[in-house]
Design a protein around this ligand. Structure first.
Ligand code: ATP
Length: 256
């Protein structure tokens, strides 16, 4: 696995909404086959940046290359090699999961076996269930399965675990790691720092449209400690989430 081959290259990206500059000339690379996290406060510019890379939003200036293709010249080629989560509103609530998979496969013009796609995200038992009858975790897993329909080289996940219980989050982490291990690059945004620490090979912190740090979670934490940082409270060897998982188990559950 060549970790230093850039599959996404963003140079001096600027996005203005009228006179407000949401993205202020950021540059970064995402390496092939890594899980890359975009972190930062609400309104920092993460979704804007992702949607410009996904060719869904126009940039103001800058250069973006995705797997050798420029967003300016080859947006359609980029669309073919990426997977993007749809907003839930895009799912017809009265179709079952197999029917929805067939619909999406038709839209992409690819031939996939719906059951195989559902198996990838452990939803084979829900094949005949309607989307609206799924739990929050199952909905997220289904939407991740739809990103894989066109066998993409890169998938983009915008806050995929927001609102999920601890087990469902961990199941989703395992799933995302599996997807990476099978050769797909993953770009993810999250507001959960424990999640970024567990999941991401590298993270970029975005603040007011600028990248203020970019490194592996380990290096960022070590740098902070080396600068003399100490937590104000002694950290115990377990936290309340460990208690939750210990009490309720961490295996796949019917409803998460
Ligand atoms: N279509 C738009 N028109 C005007 N301003 C916008 C538009 N979309 C986003 N913005 C503004 O751009 C800034 C960045 O928004 P963006 O959604 O990219 O942030 P974010 O980092 O993804 O935030 P969150 O964590 O809340 O999802 C915000 O101030 C937002 O209000």
């Amino acid at each position: 696995m060549d970790k230093t081959n850039a599959i996404i290259s963003v140079k001096e990206l600027v996005k203005k909404y009228d006179d407000f500059t949401a993205v202020q000339g950021i540059s970064f690379e995402v390496y092939e086959n890594e899980i890359f996290g975009l972190l930062g406060p609400n309104g920092a510019g993460k979704t804007t940046t992702l949607e410009i890379i996904e060719t869904l939003r126009e940039k103001t200036s800058g250069e973006i290359i995705v797997d050798g293709y420029s967003v300016d010249k080859d947006a359609n080629k980029i669309k073919r090699i990426i997977g993007v989560q749809l907003q839930a509103a895009g799912y017809y609530p009265n179709l079952n999961l197999v029917e929805l998979m067939e619909l999406f496969a038709g839209l992409y013009g690819v031939d996939v076996k719906p059951m195989e796609m559902l198996e990838k995200v452990n939803l084979q038992d829900k094949a005949k269930a309607k989307y609206k009858a799924l739990s929050g975790g199952q909905k997220q897993r289904f939407s991740i399965a739809t990103t894989l329909i066109n066998s993409p080289k890169i998938i983009f996940l915008d806050e995929p675990t927001t609102g999920l219980d601890p087990q469902a989050r961990r199941n989703l982490w395992d799933l995302i790691i599996d997807i990476r291990n099978n050769g797909t690059t993953v770009v993810i945004t999250t507001h959960y720092m424990d999640e970024a620490e567990q999941l991401c090979d590298r993270v970029a912190f975005v603040e007011r449209g600028e990248i203020i740090a970019l490194d592996t979670p380990d290096n960022l934490i070590d740098n902070l400690i080396n600068s003399g940082f100490e937590r104000s409270k002694e950290v115990k060897k377990a936290n309340l989430e460990d208690v939750f998982i210990n009490l309720t188990g961490k295996e796949w559950r019917e409803d998460n």
